[in-house]
Design a protein around this ligand. Sequence first.
Ligand code: PGA
Length: 260
Amino acid sequence: MEIIIQPDSHEASRLAAKIVAGLVKEKPHAVLGFATGQTPIELYRHLVEMHRKERLDFSEVTAFNLDEYVGLEPGHPASYHSYMNEHLFNLINIRKDRVNIPFGLTDDIPTCCRSYEDRIHAAGGIDIQILGIGTDGHLGFNEPSSSLASRTRIKTLTAQTRKDNAAAFGGMDKVPHHVITMGLGTIMDCRTCLLLAFGPKKTRAVAQAVEGPLTAMVPASILQMHPRAIFLLDEESAAELQRAYYYRWVYDNKPAWQKY
Ligand code: PGA
C-alpha cells in the first residue's frame, strides 16, 4: 500500500485529480471506476476544470460506478445517477453509452448484478477505482461482514451508513435499506485502487484499514492484499496512524521516476 498524507483535503484532491488525469492522458480509452459521497466531490471539480481549461479528453473513457440504491429512480435527486451527472458526467465529454451505474430499479437484481460484472470484464477491467471509506470501514457499500471475495450483489446498509447518508435524503427514515454494490472481489480486480479519506470522522476507519488486521469486519482492510492500493489522506484522517512518520518519509523520498 502507498499511504500519502497531505496537509488537507484540497491538496489531496488535487493530487488525486493529477493521478486520474495522468492515466487518461496516457491511456485515452481508460476504464475508470467512480465513487460517490462527499469525499470525491473536489476531485471531480478538478477533473471538470482540467477538461475545460486543458482539454482533458474523456471521449474514449468508459466509466463504472461502485454502487446505487435499490428502488430509486435514476432521476431521484439522491440517486447516484443524479450525483454523477451533477458532479461529473454532465460537465465533461464522456459518452453516455460508456457510463455504467448499477440500475437500482431492476426487478431482477441477480441478473442485473451478473451483467454488471460481465460489462466490467468486457470493457477489459477497471484501470483505476476511486474509493471512499465508510465510518464503519465499508468499501463501496460492502458493510462489515461482507465476504472478502464478494462480487456485485445486493447488500443491506447498516444503521450507521444510513445515518451517515441521511442528509441527502432529508432524514434517515428516507434512506433505502438496500443497495447494489460492486463486491470486494470486484474491487480487488481493479488495477489500481485510489482511496480518499478526509476529516476526523474517518480517522478510526483509516487506522483499522491500514494498520489493523485484515478482516471482514473492516472491509477496507482487504486493500492490504491489493498489489496497487493508494490511500490519499488528509492530516485529520491520518491522525491515528502509528507509522505516519514512515509513510511521509517514503512519499517525500520517492525516486523521481515514481513521482506523480
Ligand atoms: P463520504 O462516503 O465520502 O460521503 O464520507 C464515503 C463512503 O461511504 O464510502
